[in-house]
Design a protein around this ligand. Structure first.
Ligand code: SF4
Ligand code: F3S
Length: 107
């Protein structure tokens, strides 16, 4: 099992999760982050760190976001690693509580 980044991260990308991950297993796209499922050690540190509550253990991921298991596993193969916190996206506060952001995911 691994932890999974789901839809609430899209267009926010606060990166607080990156700062607490002991194994640097986050990978960065233009407006979303993913976790490499083979590198995550299931420590759980990232889950409470995320301001949008985007991170879940795979076995408690809401079913409406089940697609994100596959998206994390696929996108981590081509996106660059991110190991340091950076500023969130400029409109993060506006997008934080918006639902249904899947259409905006930039691959
Ligand atoms: Fe990193 Fe731990 Fe989160 Fe896995 S659960 S992504 S190892 S902080
Ligand atoms: Fe995204 Fe939350 Fe990390 S918004 S970048 S999963 S802190």
């Amino acid at each position: 099992m691994a932890y999974v980044v789901a839809e609430p991260c899209i267009k926010c990308k606060y990166t607080d999760c990156v700062e607490v991950c002991p194994v640097d297993c986050f990978y960065e796209g233009a407006n979303f982050l993913v976790i490499h499922p083979d590198e995550c050690i299931d420590c759980g540190a990232c889950e409470p760190a995320c301001p949008t509550k985007a991170i879940f253990p795979e076995d408690s991921l809401p079913t409406k976001w089940s697609e994100y298991v596959r998206l994390n596993a696929e996108l981590c193969k081509t996106w660059p690693n991110i190991s340091e916190k950076k500023d969130p996206l400029p409109d993060a506060e506006q997008w934080k509580d918006v639902e249904a952001k899947r259409q905006y995911l930039e691959k």
